[in-house]
Write a protein that binds this ligand. Structure first.
Ligand code: SF4
Length: 336
């Protein structure tokens, strides 16, 4: 028994040493390696809350305590040709989802004004589909010109796979950030989508960056990938220089290709978020879809474990958290 206790103490000392030294390394401005991230992911449950606290401290020092709030509008819904298994808008599956063509300027503007009045700073038009056709693009550009004139919102766009010419046009009408998730690790992507490749997604990100747009790109966790694959995604995002990283958690919507998939336990999700903060210390690590369902009462711990941005006001095909409650939660954990 005494021997077991000594072993436990020794183990605890070793664990604490790893955590302290990696926290210091990141606070000093260095990046952690893939092996070091794997070491963090192997730390036992006894260290979890210390890991969350360390990630929160890294966020405070490297990214600040201010939470970036953004909102989206699903401006064209459903009927997508692609077979992304998680998505309710794919025409390959049978999820019940609204199907409609591009919304009018008035409809988008109304939503933008509503979000701005609630304190949201960024607003994105999102459309379903592999990419955007010529006619829809002209209309979307017109909507952005209007948003630029009539609001003070920072404008983001999420229009699927685009090339440099489209990225240039978006930049010219005042869009500052392009959203395009990598969705998951390259090694897991073929299990999630077969109608387009990971390379096409990376090329879209590069085209947006070359046009001078910032890029928002993250993924969805709990789609059956391993922890190592989640870390693989985070390192790819770091290599691409991504500054805004949405962390979605799978919502296994009925009728999608991932219907019925079991969601990871909340503490495993929070551990992933904390390690993402170690890997991407200065990024806007953004709470996005699925968290209400997956984290339930533990959502505030996400903010403690390194989150510093949030998508509020509803997601593409599911409602989001109450905005007032979200702002209260942010204040309650001491963030701004
Ligand atoms: S994620 Fe985008 S590309 Fe994939 S099925 Fe959904 S709308 Fe289509």
């Amino acid at each position: 028994m005494a021997g077991e206790e000594r072993f436990t103490e020794k183990e605890a000392g070793h664990t604490s040493h790893i955590l302290d030294s990696l926290e210091k390394k990141v606070l000093d401005g260095a990046g952690i390696s893939r092996e070091e991230a794997i070491q963090l992911s192997r730390l036992g449950d006894a260290t979890l809350y210390r890991l969350f606290a360390a990630a929160g401290n890294i966020r405070d020092v490297r990214a600040g305590k201010c939470i970036d709030l953004c909102s989206i509008i699903n401006a064209k819904s459903g009927g997508c040709s692609e077979d992304c298994k998680f998505c309710a808008q794919s025409s390959h599956y049978h999820a019940k989802v609204e199907i409609y063509g591009l919304l009018s300027i008035e409809e988008v503007l109304e939503r933008a004004h509503q979000m701005e009045s609630l304190g949201v700073k960024r607003f994105s038009i999102v459309i379903s589909g592999r990419g955007i056709g010529k006619k829809d693009l002209e209309r979307v550009l017109e909507i952005y010109r209007c948003l630029n004139r009539e609001t003070n919102l920072k404008l983001c766009a999420s229009l699927g796979i685009i090339d440099r010419q489209v990225a240039d046009k978006l930049k010219a009408v005042g869009v500052s950030m392009y959203h395009h998730n990598l969705e998951t690790a390259e090694s897991y992507f073929p299990h999630i989508c077969t109608t387009h490749s990971y390379v096409e997604r990376v090329e879209t990100i590069r085209a947006a960056q070359e046009a001078g747009l910032e890029v928002c790109s993250g993924g969805i966790i709990s789609m059956g990938e391993t922890m190592d694959q989640r870390l693989e995604l985070a390192f790819t995002l770091r290599e691409l220089g991504i500054k805004s990283v949405p962390v979605n958690i799978l919502n296994p919507i009925k009728g999608t290709g991932l219907e019925g998939r079991e969601i990871l336990p909340p503490l495993e999700i929070l551990k992933t978020i904390a390690i993402f903060r170690f890997i991407l210390p200065g990024a806007m690590l953004r709470f996005a879809g699925g968290r209400e369902n997956a984290l339930r009462q533990l959502q505030a711990l996400g903010y403690i474990a390194g989150i510093n941005a949030s998508l509020i006001g509803g997601y593409l095909t599911t409602p989001g958290a109450d905005i007032g409650q979200e702002l209260q939660m942010i204040r309650d954990v001491g963030l701004e």
